[in-house]
Design a binder for this molecule. Structure first.
Ligand SMILES: Cc1cc2nc3c(=O)[nH]c(=O)nc-3n(C[C@H](O)[C@H](O)[C@H](O)COP(=O)(O)OP(=O)(O)OC[C@H]3O[C@@H](n4cnc5c(N)ncnc54)[C@H](O)[C@@H]3O)c2cc1C
Length: 436
């Protein structure tokens, strides 16, 4: 039997691939529900992810998997409208004329930003189309220095800095230029006249999770069960110890750890120095829309870095006409006062913040608020990151038959995603299949 630790998308993808190839797998999930960070809430209609999710056009593995399990007709690519909130005003930023009219960037700033996004280095007069191809070359370059040198001070201060503050907080100075270049490439094609098409699975990504469980067989999945130990001998992996629904020790042929790296360390002693940040994220259900934007970056002072109005992306009719707004904030440690606060206090903080940005916001229009928090939701892509990633095959470092498919793997760079989780699961499954 092949044991899989963690029933998030990575563990399920590995389980799916191995089951398809005829192997006997057992997936152990500590929580009562599978899906990990892609788990959902109920609404007045279809379920919604606890944390906002969409796909970029560059993500191909998840699209192939969605096709393979017969859900392709339900994968849609609506435009996700973006805007910036600055000095009390919402500025749409999708179409070229909107970007040109944005008062915080000069025309020259906009030109330099546009060239960077297209991957063209114009610093030497003659445009170079290949300057940013080798991401590794920018691994040790601080992001701020890179943006100031390759664009303008205005682009850094008025465009990137507020986004970096929202995403990495005080850690923004540690992030590498390679991360930014990888992110720009990751986004994929845009529709020049309308904006960026983003992928969403009708009914939520939970449907992909459910289809994978059907394919793997629900009997191979044990929820409410934590793996607490992984034992290896001279010949490699021997057994795992579990607590919960099926307590005890079981011998295994291989073990895939599809969790954050701190769990890998607890189970095997393998240490990974990648730092993780956490997220506090609420879904606010309202009777009416707050904005007409999907993704609103907040440049002004607010307790959250962005407001993501899901029902400006997917029609509210899917949710019993509820208007659904994500209010997220990244936190750098479990001691962050927001992370430690009660759901009620967090929710009051969000509503006060929304009211201060949108004085017409009517608290009476709120139907319900649900809040999720997780101490580890995204790696901090610091300089030198790629040297820290955990290999898929831990045969040498831990013992033969031990594999890693969690968020600290190479597949989750330059941005963690569902696609990256699936790639990690497949990479590991393929290595196991090749070894037999
Ligand atoms: C705020 C936010 C926004 C995001 N936005 C997007 C987006 O727009 N698009 C996108 O594609 N992705 C997005 N993601 C990322 C995406 O959700 C993740 O990359 C993906 O879900 C990670 O899957 P995973 O299986 O690697 O990890 P997880 O989902 O964390 O799964 C790991 C599982 O292991 C379990 N576990 C841990 N320890 C044990 C143990 N000892 N024994 C048994 N089980 C254990 C956990 O309970 C968990 O269920 C977002 C994530 C967040 C938090």
């Amino acid at each position: 039997m092949i044991a899989i630790v963690g029933g998030g998308i990575a563990g399920l993808a590995a389980g799916y691939r191995l089951t398809q190839a005829g192997h006997d797998v057992r997936i152990y999930e500590a929580a009562d529900q599978v899906g990990g960070l892609a788990a959902s809430y109920e609404t007045g209609g279809e379920p919604i992810e606890r944390y906002y999710h969409h796909l970029s056009k560059s993500e191909e593995t998840i699209v192939s998997l969605i096709e393979e399990v017969g859900l392709n007709e339900d994968l849609e690519w609506p435009i996700g409208k973006n805007a910036y909130y600055m000095d009390g005003t919402v500025y749409p930023l999708d179409r070229p004329w909107e970007i040109a009219a944005y008062p915080y960037l000069s025309l020259y700033d906009t030109f330099r930003l546009g060239m960077l996004v297209l991957g063209v280095d114009v610093r030497e007069g003659l445009p170079s189309l290949e300057a940013y191809e080798e991401l590794e070359a920018y691994e040790d370059v601080p992001l701020e220095q890179f943006v100031r040198e390759h664009t303008t001070a205005g682009v850094y201060e008025n465009f990137f800095e507020p986004l970096l503050d929202a995403k990495f907080g005080a850690r923004k100075d540690e992030i590498s230029a390679a991360w930014l270049l990888g992110r720009v490439r990751f986004r994929g094609e845009r529709d020049l006249l309308r904006g960026e098409p983003l992928g969403y699975l009708k009914g939520g990504f939970g449907r992909l999770v459910d289809r994978l469980i059907e394919e793997i067989g629900a009997e191979s999945l044990v929820t409410g069960t934590r793996v607490t130990e992984l034992s290896t001998g001279n010949a490699g992996i021997e057994s795992i110890t579990i607590e919960g629904e099926e307590s005890g020790t079981r011998s295994v042929e291989s073990a895939i750890v599809a969790t954050m790296p701190n769990v890998l360390e607890e189970l095997t002693g393998y240490t990974c120095d990648i730092e993780f940040q956490g997220t506090v994220c609420s879904v606010v259900s309202m009777d009416e829309p707050l904005t007409n934007t999907y993704w609103l970056n907040i440049g002004d002072e607010a307790p959250f870095g962005a407001l993501i109005e899901h029902t400006n992306f997917i029609d509210p009719s899917h949710y019993g006409d509820e208007h659904l707004l994500y209010v997220p904030k990244y936190v750098q440690s479990a001691d962050d006062p927001l992370f430690a606060a009660s759901d009620e206090d967090i929710e009051a903080t969000w509503l006060d913040g929304i009211e201060s940005l949108f004085p017409d916001f009517d608290r009476g229009s709120v139907n319900w608020i649900k809040t999720a928090r997780n101490r580890r939701t995204a790696p901090v892509y610091e300089r030198g990151y790629l040297e820290q990633v955990v290999p898929f095959d831990l045969g040498e470092a831990v013992g033969d038959g031990v594999y890693y498919a969690g968020m600290a793997s190479r597949a989750q760079y330059p941005e963690r995603s569902l696609d990256g989780g699936i790639v990690a699961g497949f990479e590991v499954a393929d290595r196991i299949l090749e070894s037999r």
